[in-house]
Design a protein around this ligand. Structure first.
Ligand code: PLP
Length: 298
């Protein structure tokens, strides 16, 4: 197994010309972190794994959908750290496990399938399934410790950046970016989900009162129809990013986030001289669900 090193992560400049109202845009290539645990998932897990070990528990139990990057990342990280892993999966088991679940199982994760109704009540599920040596990690790694682990991303983001832009699912990464930001840095979250009205509250819940006073904005206009939709306009945009910047993006999160950032730049959202860091949070394995031949990269 390949350990998880920060060495492969780097900052890629995207816009540095005076043609864009003197706006600088860089992207933090966390997709380069690791071939299985890529992107933000390791950042959210690391302190929870530590906490599990400190509590002398030997098993991490977590939740996810059948295509969850979080499930695979948890399976890998647990194997690497010598912990058992349990994945509670939403929906009934199909005869043939999909690629994500096969991979998780291959890494030693024990999968338990629960109906969508039961999945909806996670507190009850936890009560019913709980064993003494289990440590629970929420779906998507949502937790204060998850967000604290994300502050590590500031290893690559110095004070000269005025804005940091990220994609949001559970909002844990965004909460961590807010936690670690200097007071003048504005965090912009672009949602991949349609109609996720509770996001603001869920993010604030992971922050102290003081942290919640820092500037942050959630933008919900760039979801392209919802979570796993892949309209042609989005595929065209991904191909454009790849041919122009040699930048691969994923269909669920990072392509929409960058579409939003470029759109904001064009509509003069950012003041002249702004310096933006976009976070490439990984997720490229999700492109397996895109019809073959529609992307110029893989
Ligand atoms: C999981 C994931 C996210 C969502 O992160 P949250 O912390 O849940 O908001 C964003 N981008 C990618 C690529 C992901 O895989």
């Amino acid at each position: 197994m390949q350990p998880i090193f920060y060495d492969n992560v780097y900052v890629q400049p995207l816009l540095k010309s005076s043609t864009n109202n003197n706006i600088f845009l860089d992207i933090l290539r966390l997709d380069k972190l690791h071939n299985v645990v890529s992107g933000n998932k390791w950042f959210k897990l690391q302190l929870q794994i530590k906490d599990c070990k400190q509590a002398k528990k030997n098993t991490i139990a977590t939740f996810g959908g059948a295509y969850s990057n979080h499930i695979v990342a948890t399976a890998y990280a647990c194997k690497l750290e010598g912990l058992n892993s349990i994945g509670i999966i939403r929906g009934h088991e199909s005869k043939q496990l999909n690629h994500t679940l096969q991979q998780a199982q291959g890494l030693g994760m024990q999968l338990q399938f629960v109906s969508r109704t039961d999945y909806g009540n996670k507190e009850l599920l936890k009560q019913n399934l709980q064993q003494d040596n289990w440590y629970w990690v929420n779906e998507g790694g949502y937790a204060t410790l998850g967000a604290e682990g994300v502050t590590d991303m500031y290893k690559w983001i110095d004070d000269s950046y005025t804005h940091i832009a990220c994609a949001t699912g559970t909002g844990t990464m965004m909460a961590g970016l807010i936690k670690g930001a200097a007071t003048h840095q504005h965090i912009i979250g672009i949602t991949a989900l349609k109609g996720h009205d509770s996001l603001q509250q869920e993010i604030t819940h992971l922050l102290t009162t003081k942290e919640a006073e820092k500037p942050f904005t959630i933008l919900a206009d760039y979801h392209f129809g919802g979570y796993a939709k892949h309209p042609k306009a989005l595929l065209d945009w991904m191909n454009h990013l790849y041919t122009t910047y040699q930048l691969p993006t994923d269909i669920v999160y990072t392509s929409k986030m960058l579409y939003g950032v470029f759109n904001l730049i064009e509509s003069s959202y950012f003041a002249e001289g702004s310096k933006i860091m976009a976070i490439h949070s990984g997720g490229l394995q999700g492109n397996l669900s895109v019809p073959k031949g529609s992307l110029v990269f893989d």
